[in-house]
Design a protein around this ligand. Structure first.
Ligand SMILES: NC(=O)c1ccc[n+]([C@@H]2O[C@H](COP(=O)([O-])OP(=O)(O)OC[C@H]3O[C@@H](n4cnc5c(N)ncnc54)[C@H](OP(=O)(O)O)[C@@H]3O)[C@@H](O)[C@H]2O)c1
Length: 254
Protein backbone atom coordinates (compact mmCIF):
# COMPACT_ATOMS: atom_id res chain seq x y z
CA UNK A 1 0.00 0.00 0.00
CA UNK A 2 1.11 3.50 -0.69
CA UNK A 3 2.26 5.54 2.27
CA UNK A 4 0.30 8.67 3.10
CA UNK A 5 3.59 10.43 3.85
CA UNK A 6 4.46 12.87 1.07
CA UNK A 7 0.99 12.87 -0.49
CA UNK A 8 -0.82 16.05 -1.48
CA UNK A 9 -4.52 15.71 -0.63
CA UNK A 10 -7.49 18.03 -1.19
CA UNK A 11 -10.42 17.57 1.23
CA UNK A 12 -13.57 19.59 0.51
CA UNK A 13 -15.66 20.49 3.54
CA UNK A 14 -12.59 20.07 5.74
CA UNK A 15 -13.53 22.76 8.25
CA UNK A 16 -15.59 20.39 10.38
CA UNK A 17 -16.64 16.81 11.05
CA UNK A 18 -15.36 13.94 8.96
CA UNK A 19 -13.40 16.21 6.60
CA UNK A 20 -11.50 17.81 9.48
CA UNK A 21 -10.74 14.36 10.92
CA UNK A 22 -9.42 13.22 7.51
CA UNK A 23 -7.16 16.28 7.40
CA UNK A 24 -5.83 15.58 10.91
CA UNK A 25 -5.19 11.91 10.21
CA UNK A 26 -3.40 12.50 6.91
CA UNK A 27 -1.29 15.41 8.21
CA UNK A 28 -0.23 13.30 11.22
CA UNK A 29 1.14 10.79 8.71
CA UNK A 30 3.13 13.41 6.80
CA UNK A 31 0.78 14.46 4.00
CA UNK A 32 0.22 18.03 2.87
CA UNK A 33 -3.53 18.56 3.08
CA UNK A 34 -5.57 21.42 1.65
CA UNK A 35 -9.04 21.87 3.13
CA UNK A 36 -11.86 23.96 1.69
CA UNK A 37 -15.20 25.26 2.90
CA UNK A 38 -17.31 28.39 2.95
CA UNK A 39 -16.71 29.41 6.59
CA UNK A 40 -13.20 30.78 6.99
CA UNK A 41 -13.25 30.66 10.80
CA UNK A 42 -13.91 26.90 10.77
CA UNK A 43 -11.03 26.29 8.37
CA UNK A 44 -8.73 28.47 10.49
CA UNK A 45 -9.63 26.50 13.63
CA UNK A 46 -8.68 23.21 11.97
CA UNK A 47 -5.48 24.70 10.58
CA UNK A 48 -4.53 26.08 14.02
CA UNK A 49 -4.98 22.61 15.49
CA UNK A 50 -2.98 20.80 12.81
CA UNK A 51 -0.24 23.28 11.89
CA UNK A 52 1.53 24.12 8.66
CA UNK A 53 0.90 20.82 6.88
CA UNK A 54 -2.70 21.97 6.63
CA UNK A 55 -3.46 24.67 4.09
CA UNK A 56 -6.85 26.37 3.79
CA UNK A 57 -8.83 27.79 0.92
CA UNK A 58 -12.21 29.42 1.40
CA UNK A 59 -14.79 28.68 -1.26
CA UNK A 60 -18.10 27.21 -2.28
CA UNK A 61 -17.97 23.89 -4.17
CA UNK A 62 -20.97 24.91 -6.26
CA UNK A 63 -18.99 27.82 -7.77
CA UNK A 64 -16.71 26.95 -10.70
CA UNK A 65 -14.18 29.73 -9.94
CA UNK A 66 -13.98 28.58 -6.31
CA UNK A 67 -13.39 24.97 -7.38
CA UNK A 68 -10.53 26.15 -9.61
CA UNK A 69 -9.02 28.02 -6.66
CA UNK A 70 -9.32 24.92 -4.44
CA UNK A 71 -7.45 22.82 -6.95
CA UNK A 72 -4.83 25.52 -7.51
CA UNK A 73 -4.32 25.93 -3.76
CA UNK A 74 -3.82 22.17 -3.33
CA UNK A 75 -1.29 22.09 -6.16
CA UNK A 76 0.62 25.03 -4.72
CA UNK A 77 0.65 23.57 -1.21
CA UNK A 78 1.54 20.12 -2.55
CA UNK A 79 4.56 21.15 -4.66
CA UNK A 80 2.54 20.82 -7.92
CA UNK A 81 1.23 17.35 -6.95
CA UNK A 82 -2.21 16.04 -6.21
CA UNK A 83 -2.44 12.45 -4.97
CA UNK A 84 -6.01 12.34 -3.72
CA UNK A 85 -9.22 14.31 -3.94
CA UNK A 86 -11.71 13.68 -1.13
CA UNK A 87 -15.15 14.93 -2.18
CA UNK A 88 -16.54 15.30 1.31
CA UNK A 89 -18.47 18.62 1.29
CA UNK A 90 -22.20 18.08 1.45
CA UNK A 91 -25.37 19.12 3.20
CA UNK A 92 -28.25 17.13 4.65
CA UNK A 93 -31.36 17.63 2.54
CA UNK A 94 -34.62 16.35 4.04
CA UNK A 95 -38.05 17.02 2.54
CA UNK A 96 -41.22 14.88 2.61
CA UNK A 97 -42.12 13.45 -0.80
CA UNK A 98 -45.44 15.31 -0.93
CA UNK A 99 -43.70 18.63 -0.21
CA UNK A 100 -40.89 18.57 -2.78
CA UNK A 101 -39.69 21.95 -3.98
CA UNK A 102 -37.77 21.87 -7.24
CA UNK A 103 -35.27 24.55 -6.20
CA UNK A 104 -34.44 22.58 -3.05
CA UNK A 105 -33.86 19.36 -5.00
CA UNK A 106 -31.68 21.17 -7.55
CA UNK A 107 -29.61 22.66 -4.73
CA UNK A 108 -29.18 19.19 -3.19
CA UNK A 109 -27.89 17.68 -6.41
CA UNK A 110 -25.80 20.73 -7.26
CA UNK A 111 -23.99 20.69 -3.91
CA UNK A 112 -23.77 16.98 -3.14
CA UNK A 113 -23.27 15.55 -6.64
CA UNK A 114 -22.55 17.95 -9.50
CA UNK A 115 -19.89 19.92 -7.59
CA UNK A 116 -18.03 16.70 -6.83
CA UNK A 117 -18.32 15.57 -10.46
CA UNK A 118 -16.94 18.87 -11.74
CA UNK A 119 -14.10 19.05 -9.22
CA UNK A 120 -13.13 15.45 -9.98
CA UNK A 121 -13.15 16.19 -13.69
CA UNK A 122 -10.84 19.18 -13.21
CA UNK A 123 -8.47 17.13 -11.05
CA UNK A 124 -7.97 14.30 -13.55
CA UNK A 125 -4.79 15.58 -15.27
CA UNK A 126 -3.03 15.88 -11.90
CA UNK A 127 -4.31 12.56 -10.54
CA UNK A 128 -3.17 10.88 -13.74
CA UNK A 129 0.36 12.15 -13.14
CA UNK A 130 0.37 10.80 -9.58
CA UNK A 131 -1.67 7.63 -10.28
CA UNK A 132 -3.89 9.04 -7.57
CA UNK A 133 -7.35 8.49 -6.15
CA UNK A 134 -10.77 10.12 -6.02
CA UNK A 135 -12.93 9.38 -2.98
CA UNK A 136 -16.60 10.27 -2.64
CA UNK A 137 -18.38 10.29 0.71
CA UNK A 138 -21.66 8.47 0.27
CA UNK A 139 -23.91 7.36 3.10
CA UNK A 140 -25.67 4.47 4.72
CA UNK A 141 -28.83 6.23 3.48
CA UNK A 142 -28.51 4.04 0.38
CA UNK A 143 -28.68 0.92 2.60
CA UNK A 144 -31.33 1.98 5.09
CA UNK A 145 -34.43 3.99 4.19
CA UNK A 146 -35.10 6.96 6.47
CA UNK A 147 -38.51 8.54 5.67
CA UNK A 148 -38.17 12.24 4.87
CA UNK A 149 -34.57 11.96 3.71
CA UNK A 150 -35.13 11.05 0.06
CA UNK A 151 -33.38 14.16 -1.38
CA UNK A 152 -30.21 13.37 0.59
CA UNK A 153 -30.41 9.61 -0.05
CA UNK A 154 -30.76 10.07 -3.80
CA UNK A 155 -27.71 12.36 -3.96
CA UNK A 156 -25.69 9.70 -2.16
CA UNK A 157 -27.02 6.95 -4.44
CA UNK A 158 -25.87 9.06 -7.40
CA UNK A 159 -22.34 9.12 -5.96
CA UNK A 160 -22.28 5.33 -5.72
CA UNK A 161 -23.30 4.98 -9.38
CA UNK A 162 -20.77 7.61 -10.35
CA UNK A 163 -18.00 5.76 -8.49
CA UNK A 164 -18.40 2.65 -10.62
CA UNK A 165 -18.52 4.39 -13.99
CA UNK A 166 -15.67 6.74 -13.12
CA UNK A 167 -13.55 3.83 -11.92
CA UNK A 168 -14.19 1.97 -15.16
CA UNK A 169 -13.48 5.04 -17.26
CA UNK A 170 -10.31 6.12 -15.47
CA UNK A 171 -8.77 2.76 -14.59
CA UNK A 172 -6.46 2.54 -17.57
CA UNK A 173 -5.23 6.02 -16.69
CA UNK A 174 -4.28 4.56 -13.29
CA UNK A 175 -6.72 6.72 -11.35
CA UNK A 176 -8.61 4.81 -8.64
CA UNK A 177 -12.11 5.84 -7.55
CA UNK A 178 -13.91 4.79 -4.39
CA UNK A 179 -16.84 5.69 -2.18
CA UNK A 180 -17.17 5.46 1.60
CA UNK A 181 -20.60 4.80 3.10
CA UNK A 182 -20.44 6.01 6.70
CA UNK A 183 -22.97 5.09 9.36
CA UNK A 184 -24.02 7.74 11.86
CA UNK A 185 -21.32 10.10 13.15
CA UNK A 186 -22.03 13.04 15.44
CA UNK A 187 -21.13 16.15 13.38
CA UNK A 188 -22.64 19.50 12.45
CA UNK A 189 -24.45 18.00 9.44
CA UNK A 190 -27.97 18.00 10.88
CA UNK A 191 -27.46 21.21 12.85
CA UNK A 192 -26.23 23.12 9.83
CA UNK A 193 -29.31 22.09 7.88
CA UNK A 194 -31.35 23.85 10.56
CA UNK A 195 -33.46 20.72 10.96
CA UNK A 196 -32.72 19.97 14.57
CA UNK A 197 -31.49 21.68 17.72
CA UNK A 198 -28.30 20.28 19.27
CA UNK A 199 -30.45 18.40 21.83
CA UNK A 200 -32.67 16.90 19.13
CA UNK A 201 -29.65 15.91 17.05
CA UNK A 202 -28.05 14.19 20.07
CA UNK A 203 -31.31 12.41 20.86
CA UNK A 204 -31.42 11.16 17.26
CA UNK A 205 -27.85 9.88 17.47
CA UNK A 206 -28.70 8.08 20.74
CA UNK A 207 -31.75 6.51 19.11
CA UNK A 208 -29.89 5.50 15.98
CA UNK A 209 -26.97 3.94 17.89
CA UNK A 210 -29.01 0.77 18.41
CA UNK A 211 -29.49 0.32 14.67
CA UNK A 212 -25.75 -0.33 14.33
CA UNK A 213 -24.64 -3.95 14.77
CA UNK A 214 -21.88 -2.65 17.04
CA UNK A 215 -24.42 -0.74 19.13
CA UNK A 216 -22.89 2.69 18.81
CA UNK A 217 -22.42 5.56 16.38
CA UNK A 218 -18.96 6.10 14.89
CA UNK A 219 -16.33 8.82 14.94
CA UNK A 220 -14.94 10.96 12.16
CA UNK A 221 -11.56 9.33 12.68
CA UNK A 222 -13.05 5.88 12.06
CA UNK A 223 -14.48 7.13 8.76
CA UNK A 224 -11.11 8.72 7.91
CA UNK A 225 -9.52 5.28 8.35
CA UNK A 226 -11.75 3.99 5.55
CA UNK A 227 -10.88 6.94 3.34
CA UNK A 228 -7.22 6.23 4.03
CA UNK A 229 -7.63 2.64 2.87
CA UNK A 230 -9.11 3.74 -0.46
CA UNK A 231 -6.30 6.23 -1.02
CA UNK A 232 -3.58 3.73 -0.18
CA UNK A 233 -4.82 0.45 -1.67
CA UNK A 234 -3.36 0.22 -5.16
CA UNK A 235 -5.53 -2.63 -6.51
CA UNK A 236 -8.88 -1.39 -5.24
CA UNK A 237 -11.18 0.69 -7.41
CA UNK A 238 -14.91 1.12 -8.01
CA UNK A 239 -15.92 0.00 -4.52
CA UNK A 240 -18.46 1.41 -2.09
CA UNK A 241 -16.92 0.62 1.30
CA UNK A 242 -19.27 0.55 4.28
CA UNK A 243 -17.61 2.07 7.33
CA UNK A 244 -20.76 2.03 9.34
CA UNK A 245 -20.64 -0.06 12.51
CA UNK A 246 -22.93 -2.51 10.76
CA UNK A 247 -25.98 -0.25 10.36
CA UNK A 248 -26.16 -1.19 6.68
CA UNK A 249 -26.83 -4.82 7.64
CA UNK A 250 -30.33 -3.93 8.75
CA UNK A 251 -29.90 -5.94 11.96
CA UNK A 252 -33.10 -6.76 13.75
CA UNK A 253 -33.22 -8.46 17.15
CA UNK A 254 -36.93 -9.23 16.85
N1 LIG B 1 -22.33 12.66 9.99
C1 LIG B 1 -22.89 11.56 9.52
O1 LIG B 1 -23.58 10.82 10.23
C2 LIG B 1 -22.68 11.17 8.08
C3 LIG B 1 -23.11 9.91 7.68
C4 LIG B 1 -22.93 9.52 6.36
C5 LIG B 1 -22.31 10.39 5.47
N2 LIG B 1 -21.90 11.61 5.89
C6 LIG B 1 -21.24 12.48 4.91
O2 LIG B 1 -19.98 12.85 5.41
C7 LIG B 1 -19.56 14.06 4.77
C8 LIG B 1 -19.08 15.04 5.82
O3 LIG B 1 -20.19 15.44 6.62
P1 LIG B 1 -20.07 15.65 8.18
O4 LIG B 1 -20.97 14.69 8.83
O5 LIG B 1 -18.64 15.71 8.59
O6 LIG B 1 -20.81 17.06 8.35
P2 LIG B 1 -20.24 18.53 8.48
O7 LIG B 1 -19.39 18.67 9.68
O8 LIG B 1 -21.43 19.40 8.36
O9 LIG B 1 -19.28 18.69 7.20
C9 LIG B 1 -19.71 19.07 5.94
C10 LIG B 1 -18.78 20.18 5.43
O10 LIG B 1 -19.13 20.51 4.08
C11 LIG B 1 -18.96 21.90 3.91
N3 LIG B 1 -19.84 22.34 2.83
C12 LIG B 1 -21.18 22.18 2.74
N4 LIG B 1 -21.64 22.79 1.64
C13 LIG B 1 -20.57 23.34 1.02
C14 LIG B 1 -20.40 24.13 -0.13
N5 LIG B 1 -21.45 24.47 -0.91
N6 LIG B 1 -19.16 24.52 -0.47
C15 LIG B 1 -18.11 24.19 0.30
N7 LIG B 1 -18.19 23.45 1.42
C16 LIG B 1 -19.42 23.05 1.78
C17 LIG B 1 -19.34 22.52 5.25
O11 LIG B 1 -18.60 23.71 5.48
P3 LIG B 1 -19.20 25.18 5.19
O12 LIG B 1 -20.62 25.17 5.65
O13 LIG B 1 -18.30 26.08 5.95
O14 LIG B 1 -19.06 25.35 3.71
C18 LIG B 1 -18.90 21.44 6.25
O15 LIG B 1 -17.62 21.74 6.80
C19 LIG B 1 -20.77 14.54 3.97
O16 LIG B 1 -20.61 14.14 2.62
C20 LIG B 1 -21.93 13.80 4.59
O17 LIG B 1 -23.01 13.65 3.70
C21 LIG B 1 -22.07 12.02 7.17
Amino acid sequence: MRPIEGMSILVTGGGSGIGADCAKRFCEQGAKVTISGRRLEKLEQVQAEIGERCHIVQGDVTCDDDRKRMLQAALEHGDSRLDALINNAANMYRQPVDQYREEFLRDAFDTNVISAMMLSSAAIPYLEESAGAIVFIGSTHTKRAFPGASPYATTKAALEGLTKVMAAELGLRQIRVGCILPGAVSTELNLRAGLFSAEEANARYDAVAGLHALGRIGTGTEVAEGVEYLIRAEWVTGVALEVDGGIGLGVSHF
